[in-house]
Design a protein. Structure first.
Length: 403
């Protein structure tokens, strides 16, 4: 029976590949701005250590000057790149552990120069603090090979213990850093969840207030309008029809409010809602405004194939414009023109001004209309033009195609 498959082999050899030949992603630069003198001083220190390593090799070994220079550079170069590229630094330092013993004199306590030993310890520690445990274990195991191969028998075990201790301390620091990152991410998730819960609680509170206050009064309006003909038998027929219209409008407003309350109370945003109105319901909207006593003229052109989003925005803009006209210019005629052009939908609502433009016309209604137009990438203007107040909206209306 096969006990290890390709996936398991990849998991086992993956750290080795990343250590030996996979491309390394550079570590991020240090956070915050370092003093300007840190990098130059660090480079000067490494250059000085490089000269010290070269002097040590020159005094203790019979090698050409080029070999002395190679060993000196190989002793400090891994340290220079260890901060951003710790794996690459180890790849440089590890073969230098084999080259560094060339022509070592018997009187030397170690077959490597002191700068190379310290540099290798720094590189291994940096690798352990930045990489995962598996890669650190492989790097430490490979690093023990030259120690047991070239170090004196009495010193090899001590050096091995030192390497393992540095790798272990670096791995502990790496684990603690990753734990802090996970805790910070979890705290961020908790903050987002708390904010989401606060929003849901506020939505529930708004829904409760709307139900307890607004819905109650709307229900009373509908009930009183429906029962008025029975309580006041002397009402004329026209007044009875007006009361019936008021009751119907109140009931429709209650139904819309119940749908809105369902959306507010729905935690996942998937509350069932009725189909949204569009340009197909413009005639009903105009008829409702006429029944309320507003003289409305409607002109449409080419609105049969308008995207639903543009149709809904146009409907709501006309609805708000008619409400403003009835509120601020009662008894005056209103003209509504909706026409489809090549790639846009234009809505123009015009009504004569009965008095100077009141400041309320700059309130939430017009803000909502502008926001609807802007969400679709359109524009909306609402301003006096001579003796009329004109609302003009231009909405993108490219035909929606099936994806």
């Amino acid at each position: 029976m096969e006990t290890i498959g390709p996936a398991a082999r990849r998991n086992a050899t993956g750290p080795v590949r990343r250590l030996l030949w996979s491309r390394e992603v550079p570590r991020p630069a240090p956070r915050g701005r370092l003093p300007a003198y840190v990098v130059p001083l660090g480079l000067l220190a490494l250059i000085g250590l490089g000269f010290a390593a070269g002097q040590y090799v020159d005094e203790n070994r019979d090698l050409p000057a080029s070999a002395d220079a190679l060993l000196a550079v190989g002793s400090v170069l891994p340290v220079a790149v260890a901060y951003r590229l710790p794996v690459l630094a180890w790849r440089i330092a590890f073969p230098m552990m084999f080259l560094g013993v060339i022509d070592a004199a018997p009187r030397e306590p170690w077959p490597w120069n002191p700068v190379q030993i310290l540099g290798f310890l720094v590189v291994l520690g940096r690798l352990a603090t930045t990489q995962n445990s598996a890669l650190t274990v492989w790097a430490t195991a490979f690093s023990l090979v030259p120690v047991f191969t070239y170090a004196p028998r009495g010193n090899s075990w001590g050096a091995a213990v030192l390497l393992v201790a540095i790798a272990a301390l670096g791995d502990i620091a790496s684990r603690r850093r990753r734990t802090r990152q996970l805790l910070a991410e979890q705290e961020e998730v908790n903050e987002l969840e708390r904010a989401r819960r606060a929003v849901l609680e506020e939505r529930t509170r708004i829904a409760r207030e709307m139900h307890d206050v607004v819905a109650h009064h709307m229900s009373m309006i509908a009930v009183r309008a429906e029962t008025a003909p029975y309580r006041m038998s002397e009402l004329p027929e026209a007044a009875r029809e007006e009361m019936a219209t008021i009751a119907t409008a109140a009931r429709e407003a209650l139904a819309d409010m119940r749908r809105l309350l369902g959306v507010l109370r729905d935690e996942h945003g998937d509350a069932l809602t009725a189909p949204q109105p569009g340009l197909g319901q413009l005639a009903e909207l105009v008829a409702s405004a006429r029944a309320a006593g507003v003289a409305v003229g409607l002109t449409t052109s080419g609105i049969d194939r308008v995207p639903a989003t543009a149709g809904l925005a146009a409907y709501r803009i006309v609805q708000e414009a008619l409400a403003n006209a009835a509120r601020h210019a009662p008894g005056r005629p209103v003209s509504v023109e909706v026409r489809r052009l090549a790639d846009r939908l234009e809505v123009v609502v015009r009504n004569p001004l009965a008095r100077p433009v009141p400041p309320q016309l700059g309130g939430h209604g017009l803000v909502g209309m502008r926001e609807r137009a802007a969400l679709l990438g359109g524009t909306l203007t609402a301003r006096p033009e001579e003796s009329d107040f004109v609302v003009t909206a231009t909405l993108p209306a490219r035909e929606e195609t099936a994806g």
